[in-house]
Design a protein around this ligand. Structure first.
Ligand code: NAX
Ligand code: ADP
Ligand code: K
Length: 466
């Protein structure tokens, strides 16, 4: 995996480059590796397509000259349009080696393939005016669009758009993935993502979510050693049932639902524990065998729900807070600080805004900040889910199935994380395992699944982790 899955910000990427240079490389050598690697990939996936490479003034433009020359040598029909003269020594050298046609913005016409080497990690302000007009004319007129490192107009560290950006078929990341490669809106318009290794081996606190090994139950395991997951139900009973079923299929040894006495178990093996008031709940949750409590799915937001949440937070047990529990907690996340047992919060963007007050432009930074403020592991959901811990580590999930955007899949994730926690006893790891299994189960479930079908595919996802 590119740079071992470590995601680098623009500043970290510059440091990585300096490190390579200090160890005997040079900017032009790195540019050569990046450009020829990108050209190989373009040629392999779309040979002999008339191509226009647009080059900006910086080293992203420099990559463009290398790519164009490499394509020319392979026999492609390729032209360059330059927005400005190169401003770096490496880009000047790369340009001096270009042997083909060079056009001004006004002269250039769209070709079948558009290769964007206008700006990469050095973009500091929106592309505007005449340049933006020609960028759109030339990119929109192409049938295949390839971005080198990043599409022009994307903020590297946040994934936000600084100007209107075209949709791409392919984005070739250079050296390491950057936050924008996995955060929306940028990630959604990049098309396929591939990486070209240029020798960067830099460590970052932000990584790409990877498959984690899951241990099978051991010979001496029993239901309590594998873990008892307690789900606190509310008036929307289906949500708690989905969490419970998902926990059961994700490796919990025992799942119990704590609910009003009229609650019916979703199957024969999930036990319901009748609790008709908060006093009963408090007493029954004192059971020492309980490894983790899930509260939030279907809980409601009335005063009764608030009492149930308060009761759970009074108990020193690991807890997964989701959905309504997060809305009830709101901006009082400091209540979670100082607990001796781990907490995970699994907000979608609306819940995240209620917890954090919003205002941060980077989903990674915002998640890390909330984790530090609360002392909890934060699973900031969406198609670009970010998992953060209070120490500043973050893991970014790769987009898998858009079919996950259906009611009930979040309840499932909460149950999955709880079950993985009872096995691993590490909430950050459990969140990563839960997220990976959730995404993978969605891919395995194919199109248009119901939450129940998603649960049915968890076992297959687990199989891939054994
Ligand atoms: N860091 C590395 O290790 C490597 C970087 N390489 C390439 O270098 C790129 C970064 O190069 P640079 O730092 O030179 O940055 P860029 O080439 O992304 O752009 C920087 C230049 O654009 C100007 N600029 C920024 N925003 C502008 C705007 N809105 N309108 C007009 N001009 C604007 C800046 O003043 C500067 O001259 C990477 O994305 C990658 O493509 C590769 O060559 C390989 C090695
Ligand atoms: N387009 C998407 N691609 C991938 N995952 C998605 C997408 N949309 C939503 N998800 C995931 O689906 C789940 C939805 O959770 P949530 O919004 O809490 O739903 P609910 O409360 O109805 O269960 C989250 O895990 C989220 O990350
Ligand atoms: K670019």
């Amino acid at each position: 995996m590119l740079n071992n899955g470590h995601i680098l910000t623009a500043a970290e990427m510059q440091e990585a480059e300096q490190h390579l240079i200090a160890n005997g490389s040079s900017v032009i050598a790195l540019m050569d590796r990046a450009g020829s690697g990108a050209a190989d990939y373009i040629w392999r996936t779309a040979p002999h397509i008339p191509t226009l490479v647009i080059c900006g003034p910086g080293n992203n433009g420099g990559d463009g000259y290398v790519i164009a020359q490499a394509l020319l040598e392979k026999g492609a029909i390729v032209k360059i349009v330059a927005s400005a003269e190169p401003s770096t020594d490496a880009a000047k050298t790369a340009k001096s080696l270009w042997q083909g046609v060079m056009l001004s913005l006004e002269e250039a016409e769209p070709e079948m393939q558009f290769v964007d080497c206008l700006f990469g990690t050095g973009l500091t302000r929106p592309v505007s005016g005449n340049l933006l007009k020609h960028y759109h004319r030339l990119s929109n007129g192409a049938q295949r669009r390839v971005a080198i490192d990043l599409p022009s107009g994307i903020e590297t560290d946040t994934g936000s758009r600084l100007n209107e950006v075209s949709n791409y078929d392919l984005t070739i990341a250079l050296g390491a993935y950057k936050p924008a490669h996995y955060l929306n809106p940028a990630a959604a318009l990049m098309g396929d993502r591939v990486g070209v290794d240029i020798g960067v081996r830099s460590v970052s606190q932000t990584k790409l979510l990877a498959r984690r090994t899951i241990a099978e139950p051991g010979k001496t395991d029993h239901k309590y050693s594998r873990g008892l997951v307690a789900i606190v139900a509310g008036p929307m009973k289906g949500a708690a049932k989905l969490s419970a079923l998902a926990a059961q299929r994700s490796g919990a040894g025992y799942v119990k639902i704590f609910a009003g006495s009229d609650f019916e178990s979703p199957n024969h093996s999930i036990v319901t524990v009748p609790c008709d008031d908060v006093k009963q709940l408090r007493a029954k949750l004192a059971d020492e065998r309980i490894g983790v409590i899930v509260i939030g799915p279907g809980l409601g937001r009335d005063s009764n729900a608030k009492q149930l949440l308060d009761a759970v937070l009074e108990i020193e047990k690991p807890v997964v807070l989701d959905a309504d529990a997060l809305m009830l907690l709101g901006d009082e996340v400091h209540r979670l600080q100082g607990r001796s047992s781990p907490v995970a919060m699994t907000p979608h963007s609306g819940e995240f805004a209620a917890l954090s007050g919003g205002g941060e432009s980077s989903k990674i930074y915002a998640s890390v900040k909330l984790a530090a403020q609360s002392g909890a592991v934060v699973v900031h959901k969406g198609s670009d889910t970010v998992i953060a811990n209070p120490m500043g580590d973050a893991v970014v999930a790769q987009q898998t199935s858009n079919w996950l955007s259906t009611a009930g899949t979040g309840d499932i994730l909460a149950g999955m994380i709880a079950a993985r926690f009872t096995n691993e006893k590490d909430m950050f790891l459990a969140a990563q395992q839960g997220q990976w299994l959730h995404s993978r189960a969605a891919s395995l479930a194919g199109p248009s699944f119901s939450p129940e079908i998603l649960i049915d595919h968890i076992a297959k996802a687990i199989q891939e982790c054994l």
